[in-house]
Design a protein around this ligand. Structure first.
Ligand code: SAH
Length: 209
């Protein structure tokens, strides 16, 4: 999925730690891909239910393989679920969770799906905590092999600067009753920031929309 395996691991560790800090027990991995984050979460007893969702059946099959679902003990098998679905649709199966992670997925959404996703997750599914990571475009100058103005992955629809990501995040948070703060993912350069950026959204208590 990405050449830089070390960086991706750091990002996943950061997300796992943020999910732990959220105190949540029932968690979603939205756009779970081949299930790397789910594998990490399975090792943490705090998480009693881990649901991976992806639009790609091929990726879900990989995830099932990586997680060794067919060999899994009944106890773990009960904690884990893989479902096929799209972030662009309101989906009852995603309601009522403590936390959701969305690692390097948002930049794959076209503008229409991006605005549909805001409604389906922030307005409809409403997890208490939502952790979103996305590349920081400012950091791209550090990748020598990347021609100026190009994205890191051919399937990316956009890559945001920190200002752009924070602008989008604050707008969505204000609209749907969340607080948001930001963290770097990966080694941080004082000027251009870190390779990825993380938005941590928490639902304001007493919000009932
Ligand atoms: N979170 C994983 C995978 C990131 S790649 C990781 O960090 O390793 C992006 C993933 O988003 C792919 O698995 C892709 O199939 C999924 N995806 C893209 N558009 C989606 C949509 N509309 N709904 C759900 N998943 C989507």
């Amino acid at each position: 999925m990405e050449a830089n395996g070390g960086l991706h691991k750091q990002r996943l560790h950061a997300v796992r730690d943020l999910l732990k800090q959220s105190g949540g027990a029932r968690v979603l991995d939205l756009g779970c891909g081949d299930g790397k984050l789910m594998r990490m979460l399975l090792k943490e007893s705090q998480f009693t239910e881990i649901v991976g969702m992806d639009v790609s059946q091929r990726n879900l099959d990989w995830a099932a393989e990586r997680l060794r679902l067919t060999q899994m003990q009944a106890h773990d098998l009960r904690r884990i679920k893989l479902i096929r679905g799209s972030l662009a649709y309101r989906d009852l199966r995603l309601s009522g969770y403590d936390a959701a992670a969305m690692v390097e997925v948002i930049e794959h959404l076209d503008p229409e799906s991006l605005s549909a996703f805001e409604g389906s997750i922030f307005e409809f599914a409403q997890p208490q905590t939502i952790i979103i990571t996305t590349p920081n475009r400012e950091y791209n100058v550090r990748w020598m092999s990347l021609p100026a103005g190009e994205f890191r992955h051919h399937d990316h629809r956009f890559e945001w600067t920190r200002t752009e990501f924070q602008f989008w995040s604050r707008r969505v948070a204000d609209r749907y009753g969340y607080n948001v703060h930001f963290a770097p993912a990966g080694p941080e350069d004082p000027v251009i920031g870190a390779p990825s950026q993380i938005g941590i959204f928490s639902r304001e208590s007493g919000t009932d929309t």
